[in-house]
Ligand binder design. Sequence first.
Ligand SMILES: *[C@@H]1O[C@H](CO)[C@@H](O)[C@H](O)[C@H]1NC(C)=O
Ligand SMILES: *[C@@H]1O[C@H](CO)[C@@H](O)[C@H](O)[C@H]1NC(C)=O
Ligand SMILES: *[C@@H]1O[C@H](CO)[C@@H](O)[C@H](O)[C@H]1NC(C)=O
Ligand SMILES: *[C@@H]1O[C@H](CO)[C@@H](O)[C@H](O)[C@H]1NC(C)=O
Length: 366
Amino acid sequence: MACDTKTWLVLHVVLLVTCYMQHCVNGQTPQVPCIFVFGDSLSDNGNNNNLLTNAKANYDPYGVDFPTGSNGSRFTNGLTSIDYIGEFLGFTDFIPPFANTNGSNISHGVNYASGSAGISFETAKHMGDNVPLLLQLIHHNIIVSKIALMLGGLPQAQQYLKKCLYYVNIGSNDYINNYYLPQFYPSSRFFNPEQYAQVLSDQFSLFLQALHAAGARKHVIVGVGLIGCTPNAIATKGLKQGELCVEQYNADSLILSLKLRALVDRFNTEKPDSKYIFVNSTAGSVDASLGFTVFNAPCCPVRSDGMCVRDSIPCTNRNQHVFHDGFHPTQALNYLTALTSYDSTFAAPGTTSPMDIKQLAQYPIN
Ligand SMILES: *[C@@H]1O[C@H](CO)[C@@H](O)[C@H](O)[C@H]1NC(C)=O
Ligand SMILES: *[C@@H]1O[C@H](CO)[C@@H](O)[C@H](O)[C@H]1NC(C)=O
Ligand SMILES: *[C@@H]1O[C@H](CO)[C@@H](O)[C@H](O)[C@H]1NC(C)=O
Ligand SMILES: *[C@@H]1O[C@H](CO)[C@@H](O)[C@H](O)[C@H]1NC(C)=O
């Protein structure tokens, strides 16, 4: 059974990528009219290109498996997990980045995600510029105004926007590029892990309130992944005896994920006109049965900051690698992440709650 899943997964990855490359149109109407994406490098598709920062991925070997190469500006070898989710929902084009919506149809949604960004404003500012979560929301409000103009008024825009999907995947940089860098940020002196997670969760709650005020009704909130298992965490922090991952990192970020899950429960109660789902990014196990053989080594040669060395030669067995660089998953893992959050029949129990993305897309909003 596990073996069948693996073959099917790998085949499906190949088919999907081919599909994008040939701009194939399957004629189906997407299950939701639009997707709005908030987050960090796990979802960024070009928003950092013109910012003053090293956190950008518009050079080789990023995009080595992307239809237009590193031009795709994604922090992986191919597609991101939200790219795949868009495909599963029936979109035949990628959702355009906010930084370059010129010439794109914003009525299918916009991607505001920014590499290195966090929930907290100061996160990763030692690396240069980024667009933190609350600024992404301001960008969204600009887009909402434009959609209102296109559709002839705010009421019409609200009617349209409430059927869209709002995907939020952020938080790991608040640890990796803030809490764990006491030389740059005081947060770990002010707060213990529980208090820090509460500060982040409070800001996230404000974000969700404002997003609701902007007309969002269907939300996907993704918890923080296993940040202690990245090649970079292992290389910089080192492992204690018997550890396979930096367990402290996973434990700290789990506190935030649990709080985000609790927020989802709270908002589902407080906002009966809306639906929120939580995606547990650490629920399933990633193992050899899915075709992965390299779990904690990057596929590309990496710089000291964990990003691929420009124009370096990546590994050839990319479908067997969990990580493309020091932090970011390969498209093979992104595919798995997307599939398990989209359709719970492929996922470990408890991966999505209270429903999966496929069900959320169909969920009636009045
Ligand atoms: C970048 O991608 C766009 C399509 O998104 C394409 O039109 C353009 O030619 C590409 N540029 C390069 C340099 O590959
Ligand atoms: C948008 O695209 C048009 C046509 O290609 C171009 O003339 C215009 O300068 C672009 N605007 C921006 C802000 O890039
Ligand atoms: C944008 O997409 C919407 C929905 O698919 C469509 O009705 C509209 O005509 C498109 N606008 C442009 C300028 O392509
Ligand atoms: C995610 O799933 C794992 C494995 O079942 C569990 O240990 C963890 O508590 C879950 N995380 C959240 C935020 O619920």
